[in-house]
Design a protein around this ligand. Structure first.
Ligand code: 13P
Ligand code: SF4
Length: 309
C-alpha cells in the first residue's frame, strides 16, 4: 500500500497532475490527494488548478463539474461507473418535461446531477450554500428544486419558502436507521448528533447541527463537545478524526446490519488506490462533455460560485 501511494505521488509529479478528492473517498486515497473537500470546495478548487491533469477522486458528476469549470485541463476519473443515486434519479428528458410544466419557476439544482440537467438549470447549489441561494431570490419567486427531495424539504423548512421538489434521494443518507440512531443516542447521551441535509427529515430533526461535509468538520472542530454521532457517509471520519484527534466520533447506524455498522457510498468506494494509479498512468478514463452542454451548464455553476463568495 505504501509503495503504491509513493508510486502515485511520483507519477503525479511526472505527469503534472493534481488529485482532487471528496471526503467520502477511502482514507488511502484522501492521503495522496492534493486537496480534499466538499462539493463546493472541490468546484472552487477545480477553477484554480493550473496543472495539466485533474485526477478526480470522487463520483462522475463531480469530475464533470471540474471539466466544465476548467475545460482546457484533462479530467480523469478512476472508474466511470462511479455514479450517484441522486444524479440517476433525474434523467434529463424527464426533467425537461418537468421544467416545461412549470414555466414561471426558477430552476435550482443540487450539484449532484448530470451536466445535461445542469444545462436545464438557472442556478446550481451544493449542501453548503442551498439555503443562501434560495434566500437570494425574491420572496414571491416560484422555485423548482431538484433532484434531492430531502435537501429540498430542509431548505423549505429553513427559508419558509414553498418549492416544487423533484422526487430524488441519496441511497446512502436514506439508509440511516432512526430507531438505531435513537438507541445509540440513549447509550451516548453526552454526544451531539450532526447530520448531512441529504438525510431524511426525522433524522435531521434529531440533529443539533445540519450541514455539508465541510460544515460538519468545521462544527466538530469549533464545538466544545467531545463526542459526536455523525450521520453522513463514513469516509468523512478519516479527515474529521485527523482534525479532532481527541474527540470521539461515532458513525450513525444504517438500517441494514453491515460490517462497518455505518452507511457507505458504493459509488464513491468504486475508486481504489490501484484504479487511481492505473488512471494516472493511462490518463484514462477521461471525462468529456459535449461543447453545447458544457457552455449551458457553466452558466448556473458560475452563478453559484458568484453567490457563494
Ligand atoms: P457535500 O460534500 O457537498 O456535503 O456533498 C455530499 C455528497 O453526498 C456528495 O455526493
Ligand atoms: Fe450520490 Fe449519495 Fe453517494 Fe453522495 S453519498 S455520491 S449523493 S449516492
Amino acid at each position: 500500500m505504501k509503495e503504491l501511494k509513493e508510486k502515485i505521488i511520483a507519477l503525479k509529479k511526472e505527469k503534472n497532475a493534481v488529485i482532487l478528492a471528496h471526503y467520502y473517498q477511502e482514507a488511502d486515497i484522501q492521503d495522496v490527494a492534493d486537496y480534499v473537500g466538499d462539493s463546493l470546495g472541490l468546484s472552487q478548487e477545480a477553477t484554480r488548478v493550473d496543472a495539466d491533469i485533474i485526477l478526480f477522486a470522487g463520483v462522475h458528476f463531480m469530475a464533470e463539474t471540474a471539466k466544465i469549470l476548467n475545460p482546457s485541463k484533462k479530467v480523469i476519473l478512476p472508474d466511470l461507473n462511479a455514479g450517484c443515486s441522486l444524479a440517476d434519479s433525474c434523467p434529463p428528458d424527464l426533467f425537461k418535461k418537468f421544467t416545461d410544466a412549470h414555466p414561471d419557476h426558477i430552476v435550482i439544482t443540487y450539484v449532484n446531477c448530470s451536466a445535461e440537467v445542469k444545462a436545464l438549470t438557472d442556478i446550481v447549489c451544493t449542501s453548503s450554500n442551498a439555503v443562501k441561494i434560495v434566500e437570494s431570490l425574491p420572496k414571491d419567486q416560484k422555485i423548482i428544486f431538484a433532484p434531492d427531495k430531502n435537501l429540498g424539504k430542509y431548505v423549505m423548512e429553513q427559508t419558509g419558502r414553498d418549492m416544487v421538489l423533484w422526487d430524488g434521494s441519496c441511497i446512502v443518507h436514506e439508509a440511516f436507521s432512526f430507531d438505531k440512531l435513537l438507541a445509540l443516542y440513549k447509550e451516548h447521551p453526552d454526544a451531539k448528533i450532526i447530520a448531512h441535509p441529504e438525510s431524511e427529515t426525522h433524522i435531521l430533526k434529531t440533529a443539533q447541527y445540519v450541514g455539508s461535509t465541510a460544515g460538519m468538520i468545521e462544527f466538530v472542530k469549533k464545538d466544545p463537545n467531545h463526542k459526536f454521532i455523525v450521520a453522513t457517509e463514513a469516509g468523512i471520519l478519516h479527515k474529521m478524526q485527523q482534525e479532532v484527534p481527541d474527540k470521539i466520533l461515532i458513525p450513525a447506524p444504517a438500517k441494514e446490519d453491515n460490517t462497518c455498522a455505518c452507511s457507505e457510498c458504493g459509488y464513491m468506494k468504486m475508486n481504489t488506490l490501484q484504479k487511481l494509479y492505473n488512471c494516472l498512468l493511462n490518463e484514462s478514463p477521461e471525462i468529456n462533455v459535449p461543447q453545447d452542454i458544457m457552455e449551458k451548464a457553466l452558466i448556473p455553476i458560475e452563478r453559484m460560485l458568484e453567490l457563494s463568495k
